[in-house]
Ligand binder design. Structure first.
Ligand code: ATP
Ligand code: MG
Length: 318
């Protein structure tokens, strides 16, 4: 089942998830994929469908957050001509379009409560009802649902039906946030840098050890999507170069400071930053017998930056 190879990562958390997903893929059971934004829910849903016996059949996606309540019911279940203003002809719903195949209900947490009942009916009996019709129809559809919100909280708030939740949650698959699988960060980076080098015809950059350390300590609110976008941006801006901490966007600077917690506290009376910088550069150079690369490393800056600052402080350029 090679379709799961598109899911990069070897952390224990991801590994056991993929093992479950492979077993689920072989069956028709309803799947609920949970996970924060950007953790790979759509990637996982696609891998499950592609490895399932329904791989060659229809694979239809509906983002439940993308349509207003008034449209979503007819989109899913279809409508009869004349059932509402503008219904000028009979219309098939996505359940009919997906018959024999798979329906991926993305952001199921946004499905209006009124329609949740109709979805539950389908999951329990295989029956659907078009808007404006009285005679139900049967379809053979495998449902995969995904949510980035905590459905238990929505149940408590009366926004999600508990019976539907139990019905969907037969086999829950929960994608861990990226910050909880830092072991995967290097694999993902390697994968994305190679990928973007290929599609943009450029030489992939490298991350310095320090930059990598910062990435591993970062919270990644946008998870893998955020890492992927960062890799694409840096691939283009720093093709073939080594990415240092100062090349990372500003949201990483907090982490870079935390990663090497500074022993200094700004004195009550203030200080002369310029003189302090000159003094620290001087200390680094004497400790490394004037080795500029080693000094730069000690100071957590690139060699180029060090040379620039040395010049600024009046060191001879050679
Ligand atoms: N394990 C992975 N290996 C490689 N790429 C991944 C992986 N997981 C996610 N991605 C990539 O990260 C991006 C986000 O993934 P995806 O769209 O599946 O996330 P999502 O959980 O559906 O997010 P959202 O809740 O915002 O819809 C995509 O570009 C996807 O290709
Ligand atoms: Mg998604």
């Amino acid at each position: 089942m090679g379709h799961f190879n598109s899911i990069i990562g070897q952390s224990p958390a991801l590994d056991s998830l993929i093992r479950s997903a492979k077993m689920v893929a072989a069956t028709d059971v309803t799947v609920l994929i949970k996970g924060e934004t950007g953790t790979g829910k759509e990637v996982l849903a696609t891998a499950i469908q592609k490895s399932s016996p329904r791989a060659s059949k229809a694979f239809i996606t509906l983002n439940c957050a993308a349509l207003p309540e008034s449209l979503i019911e007819s989109e899913l279940f279809g409508h009869k001509k004349g059932s509402f203003t503008g219904a000028t002809a009979n219309k098939q719903g996505l359940f009919q379009v997906a018959d024999g195949g798979t329906l991926f209900l993305d952001e199921i947490n946004s499905l209006p409560v009124s329609i949740q009942a109709k979805l539950l009916r389908f999951l329990e009996s295989g029956e659907c009802l078009s808007v404006g019709d009285i005679k139900p129809y049967k379809v053979d559809v495998r449902v995969i649902a995904a949510t980035n919100a905590d459905l238990n909280k929505q149940i408590d708030a009366g926004e999600f039906r508990q019976d539907l939740y139990f019905r969907l949650n037969v086999v829950p698959l929960e994608l861990p946030p990226l910050a909880q699988r830092t072991e995967d960060i290097e694999h993902l980076i390697k994968h994305f840098l190679t990928f973007f080098a290929d599609i943009h015809y450029i030489t992939a950059p490298k991350f310095s050890k320090q930059a990598l350390k910062i990435l591993k300590g970062y919270q990644w609110p946008g998870n893998i999507r955020e890492l992927r976008n960062l890799c694409e941006r840096l691939s283009i801006l720093l093709a073939g170069k080594t990415i240092e901490p100062e090349n990372l966007p500003h949201e990483f600077s907090v982490y870079s400071r935390n990663a090497k917690a500074t022993p200094f506290t700004l004195p009550e009376v203030g200080l002369q930053l310029d003189a302090l910088e000159a003094d620290l550069i001087h200390q680094a150079l004497s400790r490394t017998q004037g080795n500029r690369s080693k000094s730069a490393k000690l100071l957590g800056i690139s060699r180029d930056t060090l040379l620039y600052r040395m010049q600024k402080h009046g060191y001879a350029s050679h």
